[in-house]
Design a protein around this ligand. Structure first.
Ligand code: INS
Length: 613
């Protein structure tokens, strides 16, 4: 595997200075390749050097560290996945997550990343135990609050920890693995949902209880895993930082990396200037203010693109397409979570190949189109909405708003009503609009659809959908949506946020961005049904599509490429006016292969080496 970095001129000069300074130190000798390849004695030596480097450079430990951290992502996905559809539980969990993500900034600064991850896994485990043994609703809510606290802390800490421990050429991939684990958790939750839907009683206890296993695994793992070397340096624990860095880098010589991190941190601290709370310093220092705006907007646009609506709504979309069996619909909804997972895997593969910016832009364009396709599917279905043909003469119907609807569409959009019909081949018979049972939306308040045994005989109750022969369009939109969203808009907001802030602002920046993610998550989820009621489904999806378009314009103008840069170099990308940074990709094509030969550093190829002379 070759190692490629993109470096800008400034950072290159810094690195060169350090490299020359160190020449002769402790047997470290550094060579920068001259414009010609003459400085490299022979091809054979080059190959040997490359081989040596390849063996040295990507120590397995960094993968272990990433996987144990990403268990936090798994729990994020699993714990939000198992409760999808239960509004009260969702709202309190997500609210707790939003608040604790903000609190996480403070905890991260004070105790470090490792302690925060330990704390998050502790909350996940305790929450899981409380939930699975809950005697009643109150305890269930308490359990969800505890899990929410774990979610908030994990969601802001894990990407930061992975980014700070990874070598630049792997950072994007490893942080994206965390989102892969989120979607993996969501997929697992949907499988478990399907499996336990056969257990009438207590199935949910096992579902919650299972989350304790990964939580404990992560807790135990982190008792042995090290603190982030960057946090240690910032705290002045330099000896420990050196030890950790060399452990993570597989005992290679880390002098250069260590010095460069240390110098940059000192410089950053000087630059940031001023006293006062970190958030204030971030807002008053233009580069961090811009980074914060970009980071939070990315998270906001991720949620405004409607991912959690599409995921949650997938079961209904399937019911619309004719899957009447509830259990089957639950299983099939697993296909949506699987698609999300598989395409996030594609994102892991692409992130270091095409870069963050292009991946995010491509993804949001696809997201925008597929949302329009979904909306069009809903629109055509609504235009061909089946009529109400049967008006039951029940006295209860007299004061119900359901009696006024002539078509399924408005009936289904009214939260108090549902569509009860009989199907004969492709024909709908005796379709009526009747009030929903207040205790369970799975049944009508009275009549044929109020009784499961009556419903067996080709009679169906559609609460939040209308039967339609155009549902394949919606299904197509759903698949395209997930394929477009999952590789870029899903993971990139997390990945980019983990790298765009200088160290002193990193935990606060990530906390704010994670807080924005959770806040918009809840806003979008809670407003969807009302939105659908006022704008109809197609209106709501056209709205999400327009928001995604706005997101595209913002990202196009304001998101710089961070691929391959050291974390300490990234601040420079935000030095210019906001929304001129998107265009500053000029040095994107410049690639430098940087390899180590028995304690010496060689630049084997630099397609613009004269720049750094
Ligand atoms: O990045 C993740 C991922 O895309 C998930 O599928 C989604 O449910 C989350 O809200 C999001 O933050």
């Amino acid at each position: 595997m070759s190692r490629k970095h993109d470096y800008n001129l400034r950072s290159m000069s810094n690195m060169m200075g350090e490299r020359w300074r160190k020449a002769g130190d402790a047997g470290e000798r550094s060579l920068i390749k001259a414009p010609s390849s003459a400085s490299i004695s022979s091809q054979g030596a080059t190959r040997a050097a490359r081989k040596q480097f390849q063996q040295d450079v990507t120590p397995g430990f960094v993968y272990v560290l990433a996987v144990f951290s990403a268990l936090g992502g798994f729990l994020f996905g699993y714990d939000t996945g198992v409760i999808s559809g239960q509004e009260l539980l969702i709202s309190c969990t997500v609210t707790a997550a939003a608040l604790s993500a903000l609190l996480g900034a403070f905890l991260n600064g004070l105790f470090g990343r490792r302690v925060c991850i330990l704390l998050a896994s502790f909350f996940f485990a305790v929450g899981g135990i409380v939930l699975s043994s809950a005697p009643g609703k109150e305890v269930l809510l308490a359990g969800r609050l505890i899990v929410g606290v774990g979610l908030g802390i994990a969601s802001m800490t894990v990407p930061v920890y992975i980014a700070e421990s990874s070598p630049p050429h792997l950072r994007g991939q490893l942080v994206t693995v965390n989102t892969l684990f989120i979607t993996g958790g969501q997929f697992t939750a949907s499988l478990i949902d399907g499996a336990f839907s056969y257990l009438q009683q207590n199935g949910w206890r096992y579902m919650f209880g299972l989350s304790v296993i990964p939580a404990l695994l992560q807790f135990l793992g982190f008792l042995f895993l090290p603190e982030s070397p960057r946090w240690l340096i910032q705290r002045g624990l330099t000896q420990k930082a050196r030890r950790v860095l060399s452990q993570i880098r597989g005992n290679q010589n880390i002098d250069e990396e260590y010095d460069s991190i240390k110098n940059s941190i000192e410089e950053e601290e000087k630059d940031s200037g001023g006293d006062g709370p970190v958030i204030w310093r971030m807002l008053t220092y233009p580069p961090t203010r811009r980074a914060l705006l970009v980071g939070c907007s990315l998270q906001m646009f991720q949620q405004l693109s409607g991912i959690n609506i599409v995921m949650y709504y997938s079961a209904t979309i399937l019911q619309m397409s004719g899957v009447r069996d509830d259990k089957l619909a639950i299983w099939l909804a697993g296909i949506a979570t699987l698609t999300n997972f598989l395409f996030t895997l594609l994102g892991v593969w692409l992130v270091e190949r095409v870069g963050r910016r292009k991946l995010t832009l491509g993804s949001i364009v696809g997201t925008c189109f597929s949302l329009s396709l979904l909306a069009t599917g809903f629109l055509i279905s609504a235009q061909h909405s089946p009529p109400v043909t049967f008006h039951p003469l029940d006295p209860a119907m007299a004061n119900s708003s359901c009696s006024k609807y002539q078509l399924c569409e408005p009936c289904m959009l009214d939260p108090g009503c549902g569509f009860c019909y009989r199907e004969n081949g492709s024909a709908l018979l005796a379709s009526s609009c009747v009030p929903v049972n207040k205790a369970s939306t799975e049944q009508a308040a009275w009549g044929r659809c109020s009784n499961f045994s009556l419903m067996k005989d080709q009679t169906y109750w559609a609460y939040n959908y209308c039967p339609s022969s155009y549902s394949w369009l919606v299904l197509l939109g759903l698949v395209f949506y997930l394929a477009a969203f999952a590789p870029g808009m899903g993971p990139m907001p997390w990945t980019i946020n983990s790298e765009i802030y200088p160290l002193w602002a990193r935990s606060t920046g990530n906390a704010c961005a994670a807080g924005v993610n959770w806040t918009f998550n809840i806003l979008v989820s809670l407003t969807f049904l009302h939105l659908a009621q006022y704008l109809t489904y197609y209106g709501a999806f056209f709205l999400y599509s327009s928001l995604a378009l706005l997101g595209f314009i913002f990202i196009y103008g304001c998101l710089p490429e961070t691929k391959g840069r050291r974390l300490e170099e990234i601040e420079a990308l935000f030095e210019n006016q906001l929304c001129s940074c998107g265009a500053s990709d000029s040095d994107e094509g410049r690639q430098i292969e940087y390899i180590r030969v028995k304690g010496s550093n060689y630049h084997l190829s630099d397609n613009d080496a004269s720049d750094v002379d």
